[in-house]
Design a protein around this ligand. Structure first.
Ligand SMILES: Cc1cc2nc3c(=O)[nH]c(=O)nc-3n(C[C@H](O)[C@H](O)[C@H](O)COP(=O)(O)OP(=O)(O)OC[C@H]3O[C@@H](n4cnc5c(N)ncnc54)[C@H](O)[C@@H]3O)c2cc1C
Length: 532
């Protein structure tokens, strides 16, 4: 069963390896396990629904609690301590397009706010009802999850937008295809959610970000129905499809999506290289990108992230041996791990690997084979379960991300880390933080920082400290002209920083476009654009 106040299926645990407790205590101090609220108590706090009756809408407390919050850090604090100020008034699970149109009509008639809901994996407050808003209806899309059509000639597949990652891939794989979109939330996030948040998968280097994969579909907006044909390309004026990408449920509900799929690769390998330091690693990945070598993934960790990965990997003896071998090749405490993914035909994998390793070698990188890469690939959707374990041991963990041109990567990365590190200084609390470059482009890279800290005895205090870290990091991103989000989207948490990126005119253009699709303002208020 899905955890109501944490990540994933409650039959899956991710215990900390033996040495991890000591590692964390040394970095940030011992954690004090918090007391979780009981599900029964939280359910009694759900107020009566304010929605008029409708045959498709459920108003019982349990489904309303399960749709009240997503997966952001404030969401975790709210759920774990049972401090949820507002719940959706009802939940609907449409099974047809007509159901969706009917619910939109009902909402417009009764001035009801609508929150489209995919998998609820948002980490920036996308699906949370707003305090003081009109009655709110959450529309869970999970039953619109069919493969409608696979055009094997054009490599186009049309799905119901509520389909989750594993179901989508299973249906494609059975026919020899893949979408290749693997966000870390893959197990639970949905196609519609990926499109509405401009998501990026771990292998988007090879397969493309969702904006490259999304070819067309059907949108039901309060103002009407709009179909986007899957043209391979078009010069017919501005592309409205691009407005839908990243629209965060404010434009309407995407019911069907046609995506560009690829034949399953003949071969898929993940390799690891260790560099003596981050500068040499960064130079190598930039050169690989600019040489146009066809890889499906590059992920370069800083020295602290590398040390953390190795410390938490378990296998102490094996890691010790590896460290001694690397030390003999002058790779010591500052070592940085690069993972490289290759997904294509046997011949292309071989050629690409040869070309990439030639570049890494020139920067002093030592290739250590496939063990690390394969292990990463095997456990990549398991890592989020660690968040449950850490919380239960008294630690909070969160991530944030941006993207900047190559020239600005070092200064931006340092500024983000410094901003977070110093935010808890007034409490004499330490933060363990580490970063990797998660997605690479010819012209720049995304910077992905994870920060781990102790929970305070009082939830309000924990939230306050988190807010200080988040705000300091967001200001550092804006000051370095990074995007406020490379992949997580805007939601509520990033909305205050959007104008710095889009400009006043850009914000007005987005606001006006949304109003055109939703003139009464019934779609997901308070998200993406703060006041409209
Ligand atoms: C552990 C973890 C790891 C993550 N890793 C990644 C990652 O690697 N890459 C990445 O990009 N993101 C990642 N995320 C963030 C999150 O998974 C993405 O934002 C994802 O795209 C959200 O999809 P969802 O289906 O869960 O959408 P939800 O969270 O349900 O909704 C997100 C937004 O999309 C809108 N929406 C959903 N469905 C529709 C629809 N059919 N029509 C219109 N609007 C809709 C909602 O209204 C909301 O505004 C991660 C999150 C977690 C918790």
């Amino acid at each position: 069963m899905l955890r109501w106040n944490g990540w994933g299926d409650d039959s899956i645990e991710y215990p900390l390896p033996e040495n991890a407790a000591a590692f964390l205590a040394e970095r940030v101090g011992p954690g004090a396990p918090p007391q979780d609220a009981r599900l029964e108590d939280v359910l009694t706090a759900v107020p009566p629904s304010r929605l008029p009756a409708h045959p498709l809408i459920q108003t019982e407390p349990l489904p309303r609690l399960l749709h009240a919050r997503g997966q952001s850090f404030p969401d975790w604090v709210a759920l774990r301590y049972g401090r949820i100020p507002v719940f959706p008034d009802g939940i609907a699970y449409p099974t047809t397009e007509e159901d969706v149109a009917d619910l939109l009509h009902f909402a417009a008639q009764h001035q009801v706010q609508i929150i489209p809901y995919g998998g609820g994996t948002s980490v920036v407050g996308h699906i949370n009802p707003v305090v003081g808003a009109p009655p709110t209806l959450t529309i869970n899309m999970q039953r619109l999850n069919r493969l409608y059509r696979l055009d094997e000639t054009s490599h186009l597949a049309t799905f119901g937008a509520g389909i989750r990652g594993p179901d989508l891939e299973a249906q494609l794989r059975a026919r020899g295809f893949t979408l290749g979109h693997f966000p870390q939330s893959f197990e639970y996030s949905t196609l519609g959610g990926w499109i509405a948040t401009r998501s990026s998968g771990q292998q988007s280097l090879g397969y493309g970000r969702i904006e490259a994969l999304f070819a067309g579909g059907v949108l039901h907006a309060p103002a009407g129905r709009l179909e986007f044909p899957p043209h391979p390309a078009s010069a017919a004026g501005p592309d409205v499809r691009h407005l839908l990408l990243g629209s965060e449920g404010r434009m309407g509900i995407l019911t069907q999506a046609t995506v560009r799929v690829a034949p399953l690769p003949g071969r898929e390998d993940f390799h690891a290289v260790f560099f003596p330091d981050f500068v040499s690693g960064q130079t190598a990945v930039r050169q690989i990108m600019q040489a146009g070598i066809p890889l499906s993934m590059l992920r370069l960790s800083t020295a602290v992230e590398t040390a953390t990965t190795l410390a938490l990997a378990g296998h102490e003896q094996l890691i010790g041996l590896l460290e001694r071998l690397l030390a003999m090749r002058n790779i010591g405490a500052e070592k940085c791990l690069l993972l490289l993914g290759f997904s294509s035909s046997n011949d292309l994998v071989k050629t690409a690997r040869h070309a990439a390793l030639e570049i890494t070698g020139k920067q002093g990188g030592i290739h250590v084979g496939r063990t690390f890469g394969s292990q990463w690939h095997k456990s990549r959707f398991r890592t989020p379960y660690l968040r449950n374990t850490l919380w239960e041991a008294g630690y909070g963990i969160d991530t944030l991300e941006t993207a900047v041109p190559w020239e600005d990567v070092p200064a931006t990365l340092n500024a983000i880390e410094e901003a977070i590190r110093s935010a808890l200084a007034p409490w004499d609390e330490r933060v363990h933080l580490f970063t990797h470059l998660s997605h690479m482009y010819r012209h720049g890279a995304s910077i992905y920082t994870t920060y781990l800290f102790r929970l305070a005895p009082d939830p309000e205090e924990t939230l306050h400290r988190w807010r200080l870290m988040k705000e300091a990091a967001s200001r550092a991103i804006v000051a370095h002209r990074g995007t406020i989000s490379h992949q997580h989207g805007v939601g509520t948490d990033h909305a205050p920083y959007l104008q710095a990126e889009k400009g006043a005119l850009g914000m007005a253009a987005i606001g006006n476009a949304l109003r055109c699709f939703d003139p009464q303002g019934i779609m997901n208020m308070g998200k993406l654009i703060e006041k409209s």
